[in-house]
Design a protein around this ligand. Structure first.
Ligand SMILES: [Fe+2]
Length: 387
């Protein structure tokens, strides 16, 4: 059965998973000429130079990224995405402090795709980092590459979540998988969703990772199978032994430098690699970014995050931080979407939607309101939303 014919089925089943059609799809070579903003194609993965991308026309670059993530390799690497080592190192220190606190508190974090304890994990690191060190948080999330690619894939109002993952020497590879949402369901549960939902799920999330140390291939940076995101029955295929065996044979892996970032379509077949080094504590900040229209994997108390970070925004604005810097931090921290709400108590004032939390933070910053005023406004707005 051809891929096009599969696309028209209302529901997908195991019988649609056919390794030969999968191979036809993925055994292609990305051509650098199709991606004029890219620096190189390495092992079928597109490499971008962060500085060069930021200097180019925003919409042109974003259109190219959408193409790369949809019909192209499905994975893009930005060299030097976080060019300031101090910013990355301060965030690393915050993550390490959070890990130490977890150990001290005796809380061990479980993992979906690896044995508990093999890795160190910080779940909801977005909220934890913002409350732990708001200034380090703001400097990190002001990142323009992150904002560029999130906006390209998800549009405005995207919601960032972050999960820190440390794979210690000897830490084993994950099994191949796809990511949230359908990637977290059993085959049976995933098959209960119609095929158009299988096509929808990947456009509601963007998956990313920031390297917090140099990651030579021996340290086990993520394994990818470029072009596999386009395989429509893929959410039902990744557990099948013939697909797992094919992934083992055909995956690619690229070294990353500290401060590089990789973003991929959540439907891409991928898995973290084995850390074969004696001494590299492989730390990545995994970014799972959700469309305003989808719900994120984690509950984040964004009111607490906005309150923690706002004084930093006021200070940086006074010190001359530009509009885009401030906006990137707001986009990565506050709720950018005004729904769901209670339309009796929270009616739209100008237009069709009431102000979002991010709108309130923006307005407060524009007016130079003190933190306690914004705190009250956010609380009142939160209460108005409740049913
Ligand atoms: Fe994953």
């Amino acid at each position: 059965m051809s891929f096009t014919a599969v696309q028209h089925r209302a529901w997908l089943s195991e019988q649609d998973c056919d390794l030969d059609s999968f191979r036809t799809l993925v055994e292609r070579t990305a051509d650098l000429a199709d991606y004029p903003h890219a620096l190189a194609v390495e092992r079928n993965v597109l490499l971008y130079d962060a500085e060069r991308v930021l200097a180019a026309g925003r919409r042109d670059v974003q259109a190219e990224l959408v193409r790369a993530l949809t019909d192209g390799p499905g994975v893009v690497v930005f060299r030097g995405a976080f060019p300031d080592r101090v910013v990355v190192e301060r965030a690393t220190e915050v993550f390490d402090s959070l890990i130490r606190e977890q150990y001290a508190a005796g809380t061990t974090a479980g993992d979906h795709f690896a044995k508990p304890g093999a890795n160190e994990r910080v779940w909801n690191a977005l909220e934890k980092a913002a409350l732990y060190d708001p200034a380090a948080f703001a400097d990190y999330y002001a990142n323009p590459v992150l904002a560029l690619v999130c906006e390209a894939w998800l549009g405005p109002g995207y919601q960032v979540t972050s999960q820190v993952n440390v794979v210690n020497p000897g830490g084993l590879a994950q099994t191949v998988h796809r990511d949230y949402h359908l990637g977290f369901l059993s085959d049976e549960a995933a098959a209960a969703y119609p095929s158009h939902v299988h096509r929808l799920s990947p456009v509601l999330t963007l998956q990313g990772a920031v390297a917090h140390c140099d990651m030579p291939v021996e340290s086990g940076p993520t394994l990818y199978l470029p072009f596999s995101q386009a395989y429509e029955p893929g959410y039902l295929a990744w557990r099948r032994p013939e697909f797992q065996a094919y992934f083992k044979e055909r995956h690619v892996q690229l070294p990353l430098g500290k401060g590089d970032a990789v973003f991929f379509n959540p439907a891409l077949f991928h898995a973290a690699g084995t850390n074969r080094t004696p001494d590299v504590r492989r730390m990545a900040n995994l970014l799972q970014v959700s469309s305003a229209f989808g719900r994120a994997m984690e509950t984040v108390d964004r009111e607490a995050v906005a309150n923690a970070v706002y004084p930093v925004l006021l200070r940086r604005k006074a010190e001359g931080a530009d509009e885009a810097w401030l906006e990137n931090v707001i986009a990565a921290s506050a709720e950018g979407y005004p729904f769901p709400t209670n339309l009796d108590s929270d009616p739209p004032v100008d237009g069709l939607a009431p102000p979002s939390q991010a709108d309130l933070v923006r307005e407060a910053l524009r007016e130079g309101r003190p933190a306690r005023i914004l705190r009250d406004q956010l609380r009142v707005a939160g209460e108005r939303r409740a049913s």
